[in-house]
Write a protein that binds this ligand. Structure first.
Ligand code: BDR
Ligand code: CA
Length: 317
């Protein structure tokens, strides 16, 4: 039995099917103390991502964890969503029970993020698995949190691989590039888990079978979420696997040894007519290369992570 203290974690999220699996992974992991969940407009609009976060916590019997809603729209651009991938509700065909009140924290997400970091300097790990609007607002409001946060872990970007929204850009960065630009330049310790690694950890429907146990409410909910993806979306898109983007980023916060990390300078393209939201990574150092601003995941232990993910989620069934 480990005597180490759990990692105090705030999860900023836009559930989203893979967000839901990341949230469940956090709840299933004794290394993590989930302090709060903050929500952002992303895969679906903010009212829905907030409702989904609360319903998922209720599903897992963890309504003690506060949920704070954040930004309803990106800093500059109109909102974009990904309801084709995640279904109109954001959680595929799952019909989760309406969460009972009290539930929602009165505080707005950027304020909660900032207050929690300032209240316990050096201890909070912030994991962001949606567009980065809330993080940008928090660090603009209180720049000192950049020195007080333990670490920021982001799922986003496409460094050496194509994007998944445009040929250049990944969804979380494309949805709010101005916010991502602020976050990448805020000077906090940043780990970046991009499509380069998350697209390597995909499971087929058959591989999810051990989690889709009909006698478990959580198992039935996972099955219903994935049914939308595998039956409604994947055949049209030509996918055979569900990518565990957000669970991999969550795991990176407390099992970093599952990935290989390289210090890199990463910037966000804001003005390109076809490249907005692209993450430009300077892997080869030249004389003019700015100093690294992120630790980027460049390889993943596919087998190790997959086994870890399935074992952990099975604990909740
Ligand atoms: C990211 O986009 C969203 O649709 C997923 O939830 C994930 O956070 C992957 O590009
Ligand atoms: Ca997400």
């Amino acid at each position: 039995m480990s005597t180490e203290q759990p990692l105090h974690l705030i999860l900023d999220t836009d559930p989203g099917i893979d967000d839901a699996l990341a949230l469940l992974l956090a709840l299933a992991s004794p290394e993590v103390s989930l302090e709060a969940v903050t929500t952002v407009s992303g895969n679906v609009p903010l009212t829905q991502t907030t409702r989904n976060a609360r319903a998922l916590l209720a599903l897992a019997g963890r309504q003690d964890i506060p949920v704070a809603a954040g930004a309803e729209r990106p800093l500059v651009r109109p909102p974009i969503h990904a309801a084709d991938v995640h279904g109109p509700s954001g959680l595929g065909r799952a019909e989760l029970a309406e969460p009972a009140s009290p539930a929602r924290a009165a505080t707005k997400a950027p304020i909660l993020i900032s207050e929690r970091i300032k209240a316990a300097p050096g201890t909070i790990t912030l994991v962001a698995i949606g567009p980065l609007t809330n993080l940008a607002l928090a660090v603009r409001m209180d720049p000192e949190i950049a020195q007080q946060v333990r670490e920021v872990v982001i799922m986003g970007g496409a460094l050496r691989v194509p994007g998944n929204v445009t040929p250049a850009a990944e969804f979380n960065i494309y949805a709010d590039p101005e916010a991502a630009h602020i976050v990448f330049h805020a000077g906090w310790p940043l780990r970046l888990v991009s499509l380069d690694t998350t697209q390597q950890v995909g499971l087929t429907r058959a591989q999810f079978t051990p989690l889709c146990r009909p006698e478990s409410l959580i198992g039935r909910s996972i099955e219903a979420m994935l049914a939308h993806y595998f039956e409604d979306f994947a055949p049209r898109a030509g996918y055979e696997r569900f990518h565990l983007h957000d669970p991999l980023a969550l795991a990176a916060a407390f099992r970093p040894e599952l990935l290989r990390w390289e210090p890199v300078y990463v910037d966000v393209e804001l003005s390109g007519s076809q490249t907005a939201g692209a993450t430009i990574a300077w892997f080869r150092r030249r004389s003019q290369t700015p100093p690294p601003n992120v630790l980027a995941a460049t390889a993943v232990d596919i087998e190790g992570f997959t086994t870890f993910f399935l074992e952990r989620l099975a604990r909740l069934l």
